[in-house]
Design a protein around this ligand. Structure first.
Ligand SMILES: O=C(O)CCC(=O)C(=O)O
Ligand SMILES: [Fe+2]
Length: 289
């Protein structure tokens, strides 16, 4: 399998000069891996490196686009400090993306920043929600009509444990394998889901097919075992970036991760033809949004 991870040896969140090789790799669905780009916690913040930082009633801690912290345990002071920590990661992630992908800058839409203090290996989940199975990201309730999902991850583990991912085959191969098995898009069903508020807006055929790829991949254990893939242990003190709607990925183990999601219109890519929307449109031969 072609190399799916591009290692970039910089230690500065604001490198100068966009590098066309990095851009092409990212837009081809590869992971940009920065082994020396550490997100530093101060001494006081290190007390948040415990699963108890999270309100047990929620899945993740997140800082929404308006700057409000959700899902955190602790008193108001602790929560304000945690919001500052997550907010600082948000700013560093944005600085990095703006520096290496300047064409995106004006068009990025900020989504929540999440802090995940739970151990991956021991989390019990249904197969559909289980991110230990390789998948491309697709969200059942939030249709996005092809808008891209760009994500910046960092491993904060204080015990030296890596966050172990599997990275699978390129999106076009995923699509070629799973499109023929996808259930057809049925417009009245999409309308019913919208009417019932199962979705926040009308699910497009693109959104339907992305969910079919997501579910097709996760439900196929033979594919999970035998598809082309590389196992990648991201060490603490590293950052990695990918379009998670395009990169086939799974998380196998690890604890303490922060992640920033940014959305980008396809038209603002350097090469819109590399997008999942363009690939699925080409493979199906019809407009999907
Ligand atoms: O927890 C991780 O490292 C990534 C999980 C995942 O698949 C995702 O956030 O989309
Ligand atoms: Fe994912």
């Amino acid at each position: 399998m072609e190399q799916q991870i591009l290692e970039i040896d910089i230690s500065n969140w604001q490198p100068t000069g966009a590098n066309t090789e990095w851009i092409a790799a990212l837009e081809a669905g590869k992971v940009l891996y920065f082994p020396r780009l550490a997100f530093a916690l101060n001494t006081a913040e290190q007390r948040f490196l415990t699963p108890d930082a999270r309100d047990p009633k929620t899945r993740n801690i997140s800082l929404d686009a308006a700057g409000k912290l959700k899902g955190a345990a602790g008193d108001a002071t602790a929560q304000a400090e945690m919001a500052a920590m997550v907010g600082r990661f948000r700013e560093q992630a944005r600085t990095l993306i703006n520096a290496i992908l300047p064409r995106y800058s004006a068009s990025l839409r900020l989504a929540p920043t999440s802090y995940r203090p739970m151990q991956v290996e021991t989390r019990a989940q249904s197969w559909r929600a289980d991110d230990r199975r390789m998948h491309v990201d697709a969200f059942p309730s939030r249709p996005n009509y092809g808008e891209r999902i760009l994500r910046v991850f960092t491993n904060l583990n204080p015990e030296g444990l890596p966050r172990v991912w599997r990275v699978g085959e390129p999106f076009e191969q995923v699509a070629q394998r799973f499109l023929p098995r996808a259930k057809p898009y049925i417009r009245w069903q999409a309308k019913a889901l919208n009417f019932l508020h199962v979705t926040k807006s009308l699910r497009s055929e693109y959104d339907h097919l992305m969910l079919q790829l997501h579910d097709g991949m996760k439900s196929d254990l033979d594919y999970q075992r035998n598809a082309g893939q590389v196992t990648m242990p991201f060490p603490p003190g590293s950052v990695w970036v990918c379009f998670s709607d395009q990169t086939s990925h799974a998380v196998m183990s690890g604890q303490f991760m922060m992640e920033q999601t940014l959305h980008l219109p396809v038209a603002r890519q350097y090469d819109p033809d590399a997008s999942p929307l363009a690939i699925l449109t080409r493979l199906t031969g019809r407009a999907l949004v």
